[in-house]
Structure formats: C-alpha cells, structure tokens
Design a protein around this ligand. Structure first.
Ligand SMILES: Nc1ncnc2c1ncn2[C@@H]1O[C@H](COP(=O)(O)OP(=O)(O)OP(=O)(O)O)[C@@H](O)[C@H]1O
Length: 278
C-alpha cells in the first residue's frame, strides 16, 4: 500500500455542524448491536464476523473501498438481503435489545421501523403527495386528514415542504434530482421509523443538493438513528458521529469520527483515510 508518489491528505473534520462529544455518545444506548455477523452470496463469504454497536440518535458512517461489504452490512439491518436469492446470514443482529433474525419477525414491520434511502432516488411515477402517503396507505391508513398531516410533516422534516406545498398533485418525476432524493427521505419518514439507513444518498447529487442532504442528516439525528454508507471521506467526517471502516468484509476499526479521522488505531484505516488506497 505504500506509494510515495500519492499525495497524502487527511480529510479535515468540519465542526460547522458539531459532532456529538464522547460523553454525549456514552449516554446513548445502542439502537443496533451486531455480533459476529457473517454473510454469504452463494459461496462468496462477504462479511466476516462484524461486531458493531450503533448508538441511538447519532450518525454512523460506514466507509471503505468499493466491494468491502458496506451496503451488504447496511441491508442486514432491515433484512433487505432476504430479497436476494441464495444468500445466508449468521450471527446476531439486535434492534432495541431484540433479535431481528428468525422466522417469527414481521419483516414488513421491521422495514417500517428501519427505513431506507438509496443512492439513486427512486420516486414512484405518482404525485408528490401519493409518494409520501404510499407507506401509510399500504399500512391501511384511509383518513384523508391524517394522510395530509403525515405528508406535510414528512415533507417539512425533509426540508422540501416550502418548495412543493403548492404542487402536491404534480408528478414527483418532475422534481430535480436533489428534490427527488429529499422526497424519498420524506417517503421513508412517513412510516414513522426509528432508524434511517442511507446508501450513498448524495453521490448522484450536485454540491448544493449534497449540502442540503447533509444539513438534513444533521437535523434528523435528534429524532432518528442514522446509518450512512458513503464513499466520500469528507462527507463522513462532516456528518457522522461514529465511523466504521470496512475492508475486505472485515470491520477494521470503529469509533468516534473525531478519533478515527485524527488518530486511527489501525494502519489500514490511516492508509485509507489519507488516500493511500481505495
Ligand atoms: N446481489 C449480489 N449478488 C452477489 N454478490 C454481490 C451482490 N451484491 C454485492 N455482492 C458482492 O459482495 C461484495 C460486497 O459488496 P457491497 O455492495 O456490499 O460492497 P460495498 O462496500 O457497498 O461496495 P460499493 O462501495 O462499491 O457499493 C462485493 O464483492 C460484491 O460484488
């Protein structure tokens, strides 16, 4: 990994949006705990014993080179990998003290509690209103008044309300890329989750839209526990309180973002965050 010709530059921690302090972090209980989690796609052993606690009302960033298993791990947290054939998971995945594995767990309910936002915004070809109302409707909510309340609240939480309040019946597909991504966040919030999983939510967006998403993440963490996969080291340093560095399916190091970026304990982490590889 040593390559003297590479410029070594450590991402600067930005305190524009303050990180949680060590004592604040210590007070938070673990929303998720994974213990010795392994994952296989067919015979491909992709995750090798991931043990990690994800503190409540904090942002945890998963970083690491392409293919190291970040998205696979993220999808373990709401069992989205169940939808992929010929896969197997082993180990403990605990949400609020209870295992989410096992055939008795209601996976639909789990995914309501643990919402997900993807890299590419994926609004339905429906109106803005119907996109946000979709989850509560599927869950059986019929009251128009209640649906309107939920749509307004979710769009306000995702900082989109002011831009769309006069055109809720317009197609969601007419929104800009950044607006579509905030709409997808509103859609995830409409089912009243506890946790928001975000898989590279800003990687397809321009810098202004990215900054809005980062502001939003900062605001939402007081209400939700957020886990974000990002390739962007600066973004991880800016938005997260805890950082977990994955490499070749292993969790190399996890800790407070301020520590991981300024004083990593493992050589691989130091090499990755300073751009020596990845
Ligand atoms: N549906 C799938 N079927 C088979 N193998 C898969 C599948 N999804 C991912 N993999 C493999 O699992 C490994 C981990 O992939 P994963 O997407 O979790 O990594 P990642 O760190 O999120 O990568 P990236 O940053 O490029 O998105 C890779 O080798 C990948 O090719």
């Amino acid at each position: 990994m040593d390559n003297p010709s590479v410029t070594i530059r450590r991402p600067e921690l930005s305190f524009e949006r303050p990180h949680r302090t060590a004592s604040e972090m210590a007070k938070r209980s673990a929303k998720f705990e994974t213990k010795d989690v392994h994952f296989w796609y067919g015979s491909h052993h992709t995750l090798h014993g991931i043990t990690l606690a994800i503190p409540e009302n904090c942002v945890t960033a998963l970083i690491g080179p392409s293919g190291c298993g970040k998205s696979t791990y993220l999808r373990c947290l709401n069992r989205m990998n169940d939808m992929i054939e010929n896969t197997r998971v082993d180990g403990e995945i605990i949400l609020d003290g209870k295992s989410i594995r096992g055939s008795k767990v209601d996976v639909v309910e789990l995914r309501k509690r643990v919402g997900m936002v993807f890299q590419k915004s994926n609004p339905f070809p429906k109106s803005i209103f119907e996109n946000v109302a979709y989850g509560p409707r599927v869950a059986g909510l019929r009251s128009r008044d209640r649906l309107e309340e939920i749509v307004e609240k979710s769009l306000k939480q995702s900082a989109l309300w002011d831009e769309v309040k006069d055109r809720l019946n317009d197609s969601a597909l007419a929104l800009s890329g950044g607006q579509q991504q905030r709409l997808c966040i509103a859609r995830a919030l409409a089912t009243d989750p506890d946790v928001l999983l975000m898989d590279e939510p800003a990687s397809a967006l321009d810098p202004t839209s990215t900054s809005r998403i980062e502001d939003l993440i900062f605001e939402l963490k007081d209400t939700y526990t957020i886990v974000i996969v990002t390739h962007n080291m600066q973004q991880a340093a800016r938005v997260s309180d805890q950082t977990a560095f994955f490499y070749e399916g292993q969790l190399i190091e996890a800790g407070m973002t301020t520590d991981v970026f300024t004083n990593p304990t493992k050589r691989e982490t130091e090499d990755y965050i300073t751009g020596r590889f990845g």
